[in-house]
Design a protein. Structure first.
Length: 314
């Protein structure tokens, strides 16, 4: 879908029906016809304008005579196994002649915030600053995503403490995959930011230096956090894999000790339950013999159980 927005000199930001100078063209889940029309109008290579639709496309900066392409990865969610997990997808920012164009294969929260005007000091006609605002908001999105993942890790750790199943470890593995995607994307985005600093076609306003520096710092911070969380999660998975194995061993030990305890009266009852002539059997007294056998069996079982408790095997 193609949507056009425009900021005025007095700070008003609104949706407009036509593309004019200084406008922002937002292409979210665009059709081939929309992409072809924009590419032809602003002399953009078809492969460049379609780059954001390829999930495997790497972040990069491409400078051409008619435009500058900035391709970065942005965080979003993907449904797997009926649950949302974090992944990254490409976002293309194209600085064409007097307009700025963004292309994304799906709707993301960052673009929603910009389209709704929830970002302060939006100036679509200041293309460089608008690009830096997008990049800084993207770095902030990564930080928010990492905080969410940290909460999910804590929740999974609480479940693992009392678990003997593999489902929680599988969820932790999915989180580790998400962190790998995020960490790789952040490193690629950092290279893009470093390239922008050296790109002559990316002309900055004097007051944009602080914005670019803040964007680089937040991106580096997010990259460091992703690396730390990934290391913690990897160690946690190894530790709790051992915990689950120990929990299973403890259950098996308990069942084995219970089986041993119960096998003693079982053997005695089996001996007295044989279909033989019982004359001469110990305790073969119709009135109290049955209770004597049961009592002695339970007594022996209790002694064995007490021995196990004394050895702290239970």
């Amino acid at each position: 879908m193609q949507t056009t927005f425009l900021s005025t000199q007095d700070g008003r930001f609104s949706k407009v029906p036509e593309i004019t100078d200084g406008a922002w063209v937002s292409l979210v889940e665009p059709t081939p016809a929309e992409l072809d029309a924009i590419a032809e109008r602003f002399r953009i290579e078809p492969d460049d304008i379609r780059a954001a639709l390829d999930e495997e496309e790497r972040s990069r900066v491409t400078s051409e005579d008619a435009y500058l392409l900035v391709l970065v990865d942005v965080p979003t969610t993907e449904m797997r196994g009926g649950r949302p997990w974090y992944v990254t997808i490409p976002l293309a920012i194209i600085l064409a002649h007097n307009v700025i164009i963004t292309v994304c294969s799906q709707r993301i929260s960052m673009i929603n915030d910009f389209e709704a005007g929830r970002v302060r000091d939006l100036r679509t006609f200041m293309r460089t600053r608008f690009t830096l605002q997008l990049l800084r908001r993207n770095a902030a999105s990564y930080l928010a995503t990492l905080h969410d993942i940290d909460k999910m890790i804590d929740k999974q750790e609480a479940s693992l403490r009392r678990s003997t199943r593999n489902e929680e470890l599988i969820d932790m593995f999915e989180l580790e995959k998400s962190l790998v995607y995020i960490e790789t994307s952040l490193k690629s985005n950092q290279r893009v930011l470093d390239r922008l600093v050296r790109t002559a076609g990316f002309k900055k306003y004097p007051e944009d230096d602080d914005l670019l520096e803040d964007t680089i710092i937040e991106n580096e911070q997010a990259s460091e956090m992703a690396g730390i969380y990934s290391g913690i999660l990897s160690g946690t998975m190894d530790a709790y894999a051992s915990v689950i194995a120990n929990n299973q061993n403890a259950i098996m030990k308990t069942l084995a000790l219970a089986t041993i305890t119960l096998s003693i009266p079982t053997m005695i009852f089996s001996a007295f339950g044989m279909n033989l002539n019982l004359d001469g059997y110990p305790f073969y007294v119709p009135i109290w013999g049955f209770y004597a056998v049961v009592g002695i069996s339970m007594g022996i079982a209790a002694l064995v159980l007490g021995y196990f408790f004394r050895k702290k095997w239970f």
